[in-house]
Design a protein around this ligand. Sequence first.
Ligand SMILES: C[S@@+](CC[C@H](N)C(=O)[O-])C[C@H]1O[C@@H](n2cnc3c(N)ncnc32)[C@H](O)[C@@H]1O
Length: 281
Amino acid sequence: MARGTPTNGLSASKKCRTIRRTSTSSRRYSGARPPGTTGAAILMLTGRTMWLPAGEMHRCPTDGTSAFEGVFGRPFFDHFARDADTAAVFHDGTATMSDAENQPVAAAAELPEKGTVVDVGGGHGGFLAEVLRHRPGLRGVLHDAPHVLAGHRLADDEDLTGRWSVAEGDFFTGVPGGDVYLLKRILHDWRDDQCVALLRNCRRALRPGGRVLVVDAVVPEDASPHRAKALELMTMASLVGRERTEADFRALFEAAGLRLARSLPTSTVLDIVEGVPDGTA
Ligand SMILES: C[S@@+](CC[C@H](N)C(=O)[O-])C[C@H]1O[C@@H](n2cnc3c(N)ncnc32)[C@H](O)[C@@H]1O
């Protein structure tokens, strides 16, 4: 943790082994973050928005809300939409953590050679960029809330010029039309009924022959250990979702008019669960 240096927007004191934001960090954390640094992830994981709700987990709300709402008075993502500083820490932290998994997940995905891929809730676009690098014939749409898209990094890679666009929106209202939908680390944030609403929006906008790729951990049915179960503790404190089994994903797909076609492992903690329109061979 103490390896953060001013080059990644942090100052580290060897004496007390703390990391704090420097005066330049806000600027760096709004999209100009150098790739491969861990500082943003550390700030996110150790920030108040993570540990305060964790301290309230014993209350375990059973009304479909989260401990986070009890602490901050509004749901997780609504909070970030209203608080630019904490939003920057969260979204840069998420992007940094995703950097480590984007390439292997993109390599494991079954992607068409041509068409439009929509990254729903795609954050700063690191995963979409990997997918586009992997499949030079694809075009990409990065979909997320306006304040998140303001920090996207798609323009950083000149080789991708002309192949991407951004689309601001609320995925519970609708998603742009496409041939492939990517939902990476999305469904585990939400309740089943919300996941079904989101998947239905993808199903409705899906072009003929298209598919939905849910990228989340698939946890075992039994109580055996799985790395995603540690993450689930954080999800339980701050959000309303959970990690799911393959049977859980199958049920969500079916309720949304999709069929689980296959589930592919990756070399990361994440799996790729593929849904196609119901009735498709
Ligand atoms: C856990 S992050 C995952 C980001 C990215 N897919 C990744 O794997 O790094 C969840 C993303 O969903 C976005 N999001 C949450 N609610 C949304 C909504 N209603 N409409 C669109 N995007 C939303 C957040 O802004 C955030 O970027």
